[in-house]
Design a binder for this molecule. Structure first.
Ligand code: FMN
Length: 467
């Protein structure tokens, strides 16, 4: 890999260099030829089962010249290192920096201009696109950041959207999150126009993280949020579709358009819910041009419930919910969106309650912020939101179901949530107030002081038991 600096520092290469230099045990290189069908996904899941989350580089996929890089975002330690903080400080650092919008820097040229393929030369089947699960309808580009501009305001956005390989220049795409890209496409379609768009492959995890934000002012560019995460302007370069700008440090840029008024079967695909997803907005992306580095790497997100697919969603949702809550409830102390709830469907909020009714406010604000979250559990700040056993204990001992559990029927739910209504995707959301009643005595929690715990550890250590 050539030396990284400038735009490369903000790209996948910069991240890999950081991991190789500072965390050499957290990167695995596989030089042998590996089949693109199922093997890369199975390798990542086996590592995860063994409690390991390294970045994995497959140097030879199907004998193709482009290496496949995956599991880039599965490791809290590495994500925290990207922000130069400890893993425990990751959600807070993310939420604070994601609000420090920085104007972007537009540079004249980018390394992805080294190879430019147009017309018949565009052939996406040449990329090492893996087939991840037996249910998947086709190989999928899972780390394609699609960027496009709002046809009304010109403000751009960037985000991952799964892309099903349908042919040399044709990709099925699902915009089921129904956030900005879905809205921009809807606005273009209302004018009878396709949406000019570019797919960017090979980005830094801070771009991945920033792209998952949603609760920010409409005039702000996501690229400015990503700059905030980097702590310096994000370097972009103009590509060749409409007047779109894309990250200069990327590996591959696919220029094209999301067609207006065209819907084709897309999916099934092994989704973050742990299920095969047959639900899709069934849009179509047609590629007109590919630009790539001569030694490009292909980034793929390992799908299903892999950490690579979910961990950043946990962190960014925790950050966005904290941001929303802290505006009005400064006594909120922590938020956890557990991986086991697909990094989406359950949020646990801790607060130092000062009055009855505050947990209900926290539930409503959370549900109003995060479309995917459907159950919000509020606990006191003596409960560790990151310890699910502690949270269950609070539910078991502090909830009176007839008054502490409440429902919001008919709320907008996630299309991919298998429990949402198959026709309109609504569902019933739920709040659980698992805090102690305020203003009166409640049972006293048993505690062992830090001092006693330290003493216990030294007694055990003296007996030859190390913990
Ligand atoms: C790996 C990964 C894959 C994703 N795939 C999709 C997808 O296929 N469709 C979709 O609408 N959202 C998908 N998302 C969620 C969006 O990227 C996310 O909601 C983003 O904020 C949307 O950006 P936008 O506001 O520009 O639409 C995915 C997220 C991740 C992390």
């Amino acid at each position: 890999m050539p030396d990284v600096g400038g735009a490369d520092k903000q790209g996948l290469r910069g991240f890999l260099r950081m991991v190789e230099t500072r965390f050499p045990d957290e990167i695995v290189r596989i030089p042998d030829r590996v089949d693109s069908r199922f093997a890369p996904t199975a390798v990542v899941f086996e590592l995860e089962k063994a409690g390991r989350s390294p970045v994995v580089v497959f140097e030879n996929i199907d004998g193709k010249p482009t290496p496949l890089v995956t599991n880039v975002a599965a490791n809290r330690k590495l994500l925290a290192a990207c922000l130069d903080v400890s893993p425990a400080d990751l959600p807070t650092a993310f939420r604070e920096r994601a609000m420090k919008y920085l104007p972007c820097e537009t540079v004249e040229s980018a390394p992805w201009d080294e190879v430019v393929l147009e017309g018949d030369d565009v052939d996406l089947t040449k990329l090492p696109i893996p087939l991840q699960f037996t249910v998947d309808a086709a190989p999928y580009i899972t780390a394609g950041q699609i960027t496009a501009r709002d046809p009304e305001t010109g403000v751009d956005t960037t985000g991952f959207h799964r892309l099903m390989l349908k042919g040399k220049n044709r990709l099925g795409v699902s915009l089921h999150s129904r956030r900005r890209m879905w809205e921009f496409h809807r606005r273009a379609e209302a004018r009878g126009q396709s949406l000019p768009a570019a797919i960017v492959i090979g980005i830094h995890p801070l771009h991945y993280m920033g792209s998952m934000t949603y609760a920010y002012p409409p005039q702000v560019r996501k690229f400015e949020i990503i700059g905030g995460l980097f702590g310096e302007p994000y370097r972009l370069a103009r590509c060749g579709v409409a007047d779109l700008e894309v990250p200069a440090g990327a590996e591959i840029v696919i220029e094209g358009e999301i067609l207006a008024g065209v819907h084709e079967p897309e999916g099934p695909f092994g989704e973050f819910t742990g299920y095969a997803s047959y639900r899709s907005t069934q849009n179509v992306f047609v590629a007109h041009r590919v630009r790539m580095r001569r030694d490009a790497m292909f980034h793929s997100v390992t799908a299903g419930m892999a950490k690579d697919h979910i961990l950043i969603s946990c962190v960014t949702r925790e950050g966005e919910i904290l941001n929303a809550l802290k505006r009005n409830l400064p006594n909120v102390t922590a938020v956890h969106v557990p991986h086991s709830t697909c990094g989406a469907f359950v949020a646990i909020v801790a607060m130092k309650k000062t009055a009855e009714g505050e947990p209900q406010m926290a539930v409503m604000a959370t549900l109003g912020t995060e479309l995917y979250t459907k159950y919000v559990i509020v606990v006191d700040d003596d409960v560790d939101v990151f310890d699910i056993n502690d949270v269950f204990w609070a539910i078991a001992t502090r909830v009176r179901a007839e008054k502490d559990i409440f429902f919001v029927p008919g709320a907008k739910g996630a299309i991919l949530d298998p429990s949402s209504d198959p026709n309109d995707f609504t569902l019933t959301k739920m709040g659980v107030d698992a805090t102690r009643p305020s203003g009166r005595d409640f049972a006293e929690r048993l505690v062992i002081s830090d001092e006693e715990r330290a003493r216990a550890r030294s007694i055990l250590a003296a007996a030859g038991v190390s913990l």
